[in-house]
Unconditional design. Structure first.
Length: 465
């Protein structure tokens, strides 16, 4: 018994961990809010967007550190010839071999070990706004990455909710077809008994068999849609659980409230915000490119120690011992202010700047186009809601009438006052009316979800229960 209890706890623990939000365990149905949380925790594209946002945060931190001075430490050991020149200089950003030492009348190719150590501080204390422009660019890129994450999360939640509603609709439709199969089976039993007793014609029994077979085929198709949609929902949730069951709540038994239907606009549309952020990021990049042309005024401070196996008093003395070259013979320090400016780089930088400006204008045009689409989607959603609501109001009326007609036809057929064709027609109308009710209610919720997607507000859907 203890082993059984331990195994049961392990299974429950695995379910809780896998679903991350404790959304369901064995014998518990998955509600739509829990499904949305589950998808948020598991789906790869959402995780990818979150990683991109984190990368943008680190990039911003890195750009802020550009204000820090550089502290360079160097230790080198060389084996070089004695030819050299006295003096010290700062290489202008290029690769150079600094020369130092005595001047020889003749070229001297004798060599000895030497050492050179430096500690240097290099600080760009004034940069004409270059660093600030890079920081602003990093901030705009972080804002873009954050909105990309929010948009990916929101868009995926819309997909999950729509898949959830579709699965719910398919399950309700399968339930309708199960009832239709049950009616066909009951009718088959009654007709078969009546045919054997001679009260009904044998052709009625054959007709009933055909209707029963047709009902089975329709139910099989409905169950197939349920299975396929369940696979689709599992994919969007980021899980692989064929046993997951959804909770219908009231999405199939009522239509949503529309108290705020006239106050919705597209100002909160996350896709629009993302396109606007992309535009701002491109303009910030163009500013950073233009500022990159300007120089930086730098302060430098350095301390140096140098050792050599070449004698400073006897030009003909060279030590072949490494230890003589490692010990320091001279010490120096340096303080300076300098700037380096590639003046002729302006045409290239200017063209790069104009290129980024064009990309920014492209983003603005894309934003304008998306705004038109978002407004059209919102208007279309409102039209779809109006149509779906009118259908949802009429569907129960049609179902009530169809049910009454079928009950009357069934009673009349059993009394010998109606034909089997009349009963079959009313059975078809009842089945169609039951399906219409399921579809009508489901369409209202999906139309509201379409409106929430265009408005960028998931609560517009979730709070309408």
């Amino acid at each position: 018994m203890n082993r059984f209890n331990a195994f049961g706890k392990l299974i429950v623990g695995i379910y809780i961990y896998a679903l991350t939000v404790n959304c369901y365990a064995q014998n518990k149905r998955l509600t739509l809010p829990d499904a949305l949380k589950l998808a948020e925790a598991n789906y790869p594209s959402i995780k990818a967007s979150l990683f991109r946002k984190s990368g943008a945060e680190f990039n911003l931190s890195a750009n802020k550190l550009e204000y820090m001075p550089a502290l360079d430490l160097q230790e080198q050991v060389t084996y070089a010839t004695a030819n050299g020149l006295n003096g010290t200089f700062i290489p202008n950003g290029g690769f150079a071999f600094p020369t130092s030492g005595s001047i020889h009348a003749d070229n001297n190719y004798s060599a000895a070990y030497g050492s050179y150590s430096t500690i240097a501080v290099d600080w760009a204390f004034f940069n004409f706004g270059k660093i600030k422009a890079n920081i602003n660019l990093a901030k705009s890129q972080l804002n873009e990455a954050d909105l990309a994450y929010q948009n990916e999360l929101f868009s995926h939640k819309i997909k999950v909710a729509d898949a959830y509603l579709l699965l719910l609709g398919f399950e309700k439709e399968a339930g309708v077809q199960e009832k239709n199969l049950q009616r066909a089976a009951e009718l088959k039993i009654a007709i078969t008994a009546a045919s054997r007793s001679g009260l009904k014609a044998g052709t009625d029994s054959s007709f009933a068999n055909a209707e029963l077979s047709k009902a089975r085929i329709i139910l099989s198709e409905a169950n197939g849609k349920v299975a396929s949609q369940k696979i689709r929902l599992n994919e969007l949730l980021g899980v692989n659980d064929s046993m997951v069951e959804i909770d219908s709540m009231n999405y199939a038994s009522s239509i949503p409230a529309f108290a705020t239907q006239d106050s919705v606009n597209i100002n909160n549309n996350l896709q629009l915000k993302l396109y606007r952020a992309q535009e701002e990021s491109q303009f910030a990049k163009s500013t950073a490119v233009m500022r990159s042309y300007l120089p930086s005024i730098k302060f430098i401070a350095a301390g140096m120690g140098r050792g050599s196996g070449i004698s400073s008093t006897n030009d003909n003395y060279y030590s072949a011992h490494l230890s003589d070259g490692l010990s320091y013979d001279a010490y120096n320090y340096l303080l300076g202010v300098y700037f380096l400016w590639n003046v002729l780089d302006y045409p290239r930088v200017h063209n790069e700047y104009k290129s980024e400006q064009m990309y920014a204008l492209e983003s603005k045009s894309v934003f304008d186009e998306q705004r038109l689409k978002a407004q059209a989607e919102l208007d279309n959603a409102q039209v779809q809601i109006s149509i779906a609501r009118s259908q949802a109001v009429e569907a129960p009326v049609g179902l009530k009438s169809a049910a009454e007609a079928y009950a009357s036809s069934d009673a009349r057929y059993k009394a010998g006052l109606a034909t089997l064709a009349d009963l079959a027609q009313n059975s078809y109308l009842l089945n169609s009316a039951e399906s219409d009710l399921v579809i009508a209610y489901n369409n209202v919720w999906r139309a509201l979800l379409l409106k929430a997607a265009a408005a960028g507000d998931m609560n517009l859907f979730l709070n309408s229960k």
